[in-house]
Design a protein around this ligand. Structure first.
Ligand SMILES: [Zn+2]
Length: 452
């Protein structure tokens, strides 16, 4: 009997383990025993400053973001957070050393934080880099899209994508991703925004604490990815749903080919402006930016997002867009348009002759293409004063209220008049009723007197 009992217990334990393992493998949530361990890697350090402009040094920014990210994450339950280093100016760790630190802590994920710059100082937006391989790709992509929801969706940065890049040897190009993967740790590089483009760096000057904002966005993305909750913060992501990415059987490398074509067509000319439709396609990627030249390709405009709105932060998922291009006063323009994919490979359209613009006498307008370009850049500079999404919403809300409060005066007058007339009619009819009933009463009395 006793033996039977033990056997029963043993069977039960086996079933228990089997069920747990089954759930672990097949449940949507990743199975992290009871505690998630993440390592945050502030990019650069020591003599390696990273990107730097007159105003910003990347290694100083990444440390700040990392500290805020850790501070926020530590308020979640069931997570342990480590930093690869936490002092500005601390010796530059190699990428392999950073991955080794993550491995020593048995990290479930390694997040490398960065800020971007481009050679021609013309790119803008946020991007995330992941491994090109198997589950590392899957996890990097899944997390990447969550954090992009924050950077693009909440903070309004242009979405440059969650991308991969292979080196010549066919391995992951970025060292930190490569070494982490060799140690079985999924890793991503988060490039928050560009330090050298006004449409991005206005955020650093205009936001009260941009590094805290970035750190919290990163941290909350991690919490969502690992489905954490925080009693302290009063948030519960235990049921957080995100898009599942399939595990690729082959490495998912970068798009190595330029867009297949870029064509340009003149639709209409009005008010010294050419309305032009641009067609471009990149079937193994997508079009991200375009720019144009009106002097046959010598000078180009700034990069615009692939849509018809200069201020929009999103590229459209379409082959054709319509744009307005100012005519060049006094001379025909040779228009060419350049369409870029997400890896900055481009295709040029053939030349299209635009008619000369007319001299505008009253309004002094820039007629030189180069001036035009400067104007655009200055405009972009103005984006330093750009309002946050929240400001915009508040403003919109205010505007709505204002417009509701200040209905056209004629409308109000009309209402008052109708009201007044109704009131007058009521008073008049009351008087008539009283008068008539009085009249009847008097008549009755008179009749009664006569009968007497
Ligand atoms: Zn960097």
């Amino acid at each position: 009997m006793r033996r039977n009992n033990n056997l029963y217990k043993l069977i039960r334990a086996f079933i228990g383990i089997f069920v747990a393992a089954f759930l672990c493998i097949f449940s949507k949530a990743e199975c992290y025993a009871d505690n998630v361990v993440v390592v945050i890697d502030p990019g650069h350090g020591g003599s390696n400053l990273g990107g730097n402009t007159d105003e910003y040094i990347e290694q100083e920014l990444t440390i700040q973001v990392a500290k805020y990210m850790a501070e926020r994450l530590e308020q979640y339950d069931g997570i342990t957070v480590y930093l690869t280093h936490d002092e500005i100016g601390e010796k530059d760790l190699t990428r392999e050393e950073r991955a080794t630190i993550a491995a020593e802590h048995n990290a479930d994920f390694l997040f490398s934080l960065h800020f971007n710059m481009s050679e021609n100082h013309n790119l803008y937006g946020a991007e995330v880099w992941t491994s090109a391989f198997g589950t590392y790709y899957q996890r990097g992509q899944e997390f990447g899209h969550i954090v992009m929801d924050g950077l693009h969706g909440d903070l309004d940065f242009f979405d440059r994508g969650v991308k991969t890049k292979l080196g010549k040897d066919g391995d992951d190009y970025y060292g930190i991703i490569l070494y982490a993967q060799k140690k079985n740790i999924p890793a991503v590089i988060i490039e928050h925004c560009h330090l050298d483009e006004p449409r991005d760096n206005y955020f650093l000057t205009e936001t009260e604490n941009p590094y805290k904002t970035f750190g919290y966005v990163d941290a909350d993305a991690v919490a969502k990815y690992f489905r954490l909750s925080s009693a302290k913060l009063g948030v519960d992501y235990s049921d957080y749903q995100y898009e599942k990415i399939d595990i690729p059987t082959l490495p998912v490398g970068q798009d190595k080919t330029s867009p297949e074509f870029c064509t340009v067509n003149l639709e209409e000319v009005r008010n010294n402006t050419a309305i032009v439709s641009i067609n471009a396609k990149d079937s193994d990627g997508s079009i991200q930016y375009y720019q144009y030249s009106t002097d046959g390709g010598n000078n180009f405009s700034m990069l615009y997002p692939w849509n018809n709105k200069p201020d929009a932060k999103e590229a459209l998922d379409t082959e054709e867009i319509q744009v307005e291009i100012p005519l060049v006063t006094g001379k025909e323009a040779q228009l060419t348009v350049r369409a870029y994919n997400r890896y900055e490979l481009y295709a040029d359209s053939s030349l299209l002759t635009l008619p000369a613009g007319e001299e505008v006498v009253v309004v002094a307008e820039d007629d030189d293409e180069y001036d035009d370009y400067e104007e655009i850049v200055i405009d972009a500079d103005k984006s330093k004063n750009k309002k946050t999404k929240k400001d915009k919403l508040t403003e919109k809300y205010k505007k709505k209220n204002i417009s509701e409060d200040s209905k056209p005066i004629a409308d109000e007058l009309f209402l008052y008049m109708i009201g007044g007339l109704l009131l007058l009619a009521l008073i008049v009819s009351t008087f008539i009723v009283i008068y008539v009933s009085n009249l009847r009463r008097r008549r009755r009395r008179r009749r009664k007197r006569r009968r007497r």
